[in-house]
Design a protein around this ligand. Structure first.
Ligand code: HEC
Length: 401
């Protein structure tokens, strides 16, 4: 019953999370487009009022006229629209999902029993939970310090971007060493997503509040507040595509079960940022196909690295035609069916994970290719909870029709 309730809650939270993320990222993409599409106003009186850019748009059967002020308008309206709840809702629902999916079963989902680091491979579930939280917090602290130290007055933002890029490779590397592959991809995405929301919470919104307060008091707002808000929101722009990719990576074990998962993940992150760069430039009228081309090139390198090695990892010392279906089914029954059954016997599983069941020989036969893939990459059995041996893996690798 408890597993069922968690599953249901997971389903509903995922719904909320995806909707909130669509709203937030959609708005963020919209404002980058708006900012980069602004043209000097045609109307002289607008310019006199301090408007430096405008955009006309038609949408949903109506015409819209956006104007951006160089510094601030003479007077502020009472009903100024603010954007922050979409960001906070996305983060909060994402964090809740992480708690009920990963932190409730850290032994399966967080611990990486194959880590090169013995202390990480031997972590208890609770230690893994604490480490995951520290990882998220640490990611934000280091990123925020980089911003404050490298480019405090927004003069060295280029160098800062380089620093953030290096940081992401380090995060990718550490996460794949410390956590199970699927969690490593998710947590790296979550480090970026946390930085995005924290940028909104700790810098962008407070800066805007200070600007509004100054204007209401008849003072000139501190230009650093505006510039810093822009700096952080530019970072957020380049995080969006990589974050979404990592968040939807959880079924693609070829990527995260790989020995060089951190390299594959880094390639994905940079490809996302490069593709985003194309659209950012496109909105200001510059078409530069070199950016998406470079992004696609990185994806091609990832495709090449992640490709399965040909031939079984461990040779089977038999000259016969390979194992029979009965032999394979017996292994699957021993090592997989505790979870992958219509009625799982493994505690914590209310229904077959990913909807995959191996109760009958026929089901095993039909799913041959997939079984070979997840067993070959070491992704399944999850956390090798059921103690599958290398010999059994070799048997499955040698299995063919
Ligand atoms: C301890 C429980 C457990 C055991 C044992 C287990 N699995 Fe899984 N399996 C899971 C969970 C949980 C998922 C869902 C993970 C996900 O969403 O990617 C999963 C997902 C899968 C998937 C889908 C992967 C995807 O990309 O969505 C396949 C295929 C699979 N398992 C095969 C196997 C095979 C074959 C075995 C035995 C060698 C096995 N599993 C043993 C828990 C288990």
């Amino acid at each position: 019953m408890q597993a069922y309730i968690l599953d249901f809650a997971n389903f509903m939270l995922r719904w909320l999370h995806v909707i909130a993320a669509i709203a937030w990222i959609g708005e963020s993409i919209y404002f980058v487009m708006l900012d980069n599409s602004l043209k000097p106003p045609k109307d002289e009186s607008c310019r006199k009022k301090g408007v430096f850019g405008e955009m006309w748009a038609v949408h949903g059967g109506g015409f819209y006229h956006n104007q951006k002020y160089a510094t601030s308008p003479e007077a502020l309206p009472d009903d100024l629209h603010w954007s922050f709840w979409k960001s906070y809702t996305t983060w909060l629902s994402g964090f809740a999902l992480f708690v009920i999916l990963y932190m409730v079963n850290p032994g399966f989902y967080l611990v990486n029993p194959d880590s090169d680091w013995a202390w990480a491979a031997g972590m208890t579930g609770w230690q893994a939970n604490v480490l995951a939280l520290l990882f998220l917090l640490g990611g934000w602290v280091v990123y925020n310090e980089l911003c404050k130290r490298i480019s405090p007055d927004m003069q060295r933002d280029g160098l800062l971007s380089l620093g953030v890029a290096v940081l992401m490779v380090v995060v990718a590397y550490l996460s794949t060493q410390m956590f199970a592959g699927r969690a490593a991809f998710l947590l790296t995405g979550a480090v970026m997503a946390t930085a995005m929301s924290a940028n909104v919470f700790f810098w962008i919104i407070p800066g805007q509040r200070r600007m509004v307060a100054a204007m209401k008091a008849g003072e000139t707002p501190n230009p650093l507040d505006g510039k810093r808000g822009k700096q952080r929101s530019v970072h957020n722009t380049y995080f969006t595509l990589p974050v979404v990719l990592l968040m939807i990576s959880n079924h693609y074990s070829f990527a995260y079960s790989h020995e060089y998962a951190w390299v594959i993940m880094s390639l994905f992150i940079f490809a996302g940022a490069l593709i985003r760069q194309f659209f950012v430039l496109m909105h200001s009228g510059k078409i530069q196909p070199a950016y998406p081309a470079a992004g696609v090139l990185l994806l091609a390198v990832a495709l090449w690295i992640a490709a399965p090695a040909s031939g079984p990892a461990v040779a089977r010392d038999t000259a016969d035609a390979g194992p029979s279906l009965e032999e394979v089914h017996a292994i699957v029954e021993n090592r997989c069916v505790a979870c992958h059954s219509r009625e799982p016997s493994q505690p914590g599983f209310g229904s077959a994970p990913a909807g995959i069941t191996y109760d009958t020989e026929d089901q095993v036969h039909r799913q041959m290719e997939q079984i070979k893939q997840v067993v070959g990459s070491g992704y399944m059995p999850l956390g090798n909870m059921t103690g599958m041996t290398d010999e059994e893996r070799a048997t499955i690798a040698a299995w063919s029709d």
